[in-house]
Ligand binder design. Structure first.
Ligand code: MG
Length: 386
């Protein structure tokens, strides 16, 4: 494999007990998507980041894989007993895959990552082997000694956040050379190895999820600028003998299939248009022109996945889909649960968010005459405002 210029390494191996959760906090939903997915999506949306690596606890690898499925992660690495070991495992995995020139090491428990901090960190690495985002200390710092103790001098103190950015070879060498007690972060290891660490402006939204209530507060912060949007889709395909009938991504046994350039899954086409419509991203024909030979007999699931990935790249999440299939035959009822499950799988959401309904047109019109199948869909999403 070849070296990637800038890699992101997200550490999500902690158990998050302090946040008062039953599940590790990296899987807790914020705005309808897992905490870890917020950081992955933020790095994925940054053009400078070439590959995203995630370190998860050994016993959480499967759950992590499910949480990240479809998100374009270069590698999932098993963590170690400490944060330091987990980062080291990740760095070694990146090296084994061809290495990187720069790496941004980030804690999954800080989901409020935005493009500005990523940009500032990478720019700082032109002058220094390391850079961290910092914020001033605004509150008075005092010792707690049962009652209030003396005030600590906050002059010259900063709060250090992640991502922490490094020249890859420098931080890997620092990790290999480390012999002290457990360090608080990677920047201190680079300093111990003699490297200078630049400070760039941090972001209050990068606050770490630590205490009970932090998740709710972060949800309010991160979704305050999100809007709820809806999109509709409608499609029709005529019946054609000799083709399999695909509906909602599953094969439905029937005397005839539907005519079309792709696999003619009328339901997934309506769904794709609803998703694109909610994002104001054009329509299925503009993304997958029927004149393009690439989409001949294409599995329409790939159209839905494309729309899903666009939504992830925009940092949004799917709230709900309601899909109606309009035909006299075949009967949809026996296939409804399989259809919901398939769509939920394609969109990486719970089946409870997917509704599949069916109706006839009382033998009126083209669907009533059994000439074809129509489908309409409405998708509801939550998406950060521009
Ligand atoms: Mg169509």
């Amino acid at each position: 494999m070849t070296e990637c210029r800038t890699a992101a390494l997200i550490v999500a191996a902690g158990l998050g007990k302090r946040a008062g959760l039953e599940r590790p906090k990296q899987f807790a939903p914020i705005g309808g998507k897992p905490v870890i997915a917020h950081s992955v999506d933020a790095f994925a949306a940054a053009p400078a980041i070439g590959a995203i690596w995630v370190v998860a606890g050994e016993e959480q690898l499967q759950e992590m894989q499910a949480a990240l499925a479809g998100r374009g992660v270069a590698g999932l690495v098993a963590g170690g007993a400490t944060r330091r070991e987990s980062v080291r495992n990740g760095l070694i995995a990146i090296e084994a895959a061809g290495g990187a020139e720069l790496v941004l090491i980030h804690d999954a428990a800080r989901p409020g990552l935005g493009p500005a901090v990523i940009h500032r960190l990478i720019a700082a690495l032109e002058r220094h082997p390391g850079a961290v985002p910092v914020l001033p200390v605004a509150d008075t710092l005092a010792r707690a000694e049962g009652h209030l103790g003396g005030v600590a001098d906050r002059d010259g103190l900063v709060r250090v956040q992640t991502p922490q950015a490094f020249r890859f070879d420098a931080i890997l060498a620092a990790h290999r050379a480390w012999q002290g007690p457990e360090p608080t972060d990677d920047a201190q290891m680079l300093r111990a190895a003699g490297g200078t660490v630049d400070m760039v402006e941090g972001d209050p939204r990068l606050q770490k999820l630590t205490f009970p209530g932090d998740i709710e507060r972060m949800e309010a912060v991160l979704t305050s600028s999100w809007s709820v949007r809806t999109g509709t889709g409608f499609d029709v395909h005529r019946f054609e003998a000799g083709r399999p009938l695909m509906l909602c991504g599953i094969h439905v046994p029937h005397a005839q299939g539907l005519a079309g350039h792709s696999d003619a899954d009328v339901a997934l086409h309506a769904l794709t248009d609803a998703l694109l419509g909610a994002m104001a991203e054009g329509d299925i024909g503009s993304h997958f022109p029927p004149t393009d030979a690439r989409w001949k007999n294409a599995d329409s699931a790939s159209f839905v996945e494309h729309a899903r990935d666009l939504l992830a790249a925009r940092g949004g999440s799917l709230t709900h889909v309601d899909l109606t299939i309009i035909c006299e035959a075949p009967k949809i009822g026996p296939h409804r649960e399989a259809m919901r499950a398939r769509i939920a799988q394609l969109l990486r959401v719970e089946p409870e968010r997917i509704s599949v309904k069916a109706t006839t047109t009382e033998r009126l019109g083209f669907t009533g005459r059994g000439e074809g199948i129509a489908a309409q869909a409405i998708a509801t999403i939550r998406i950060p405002d521009l």
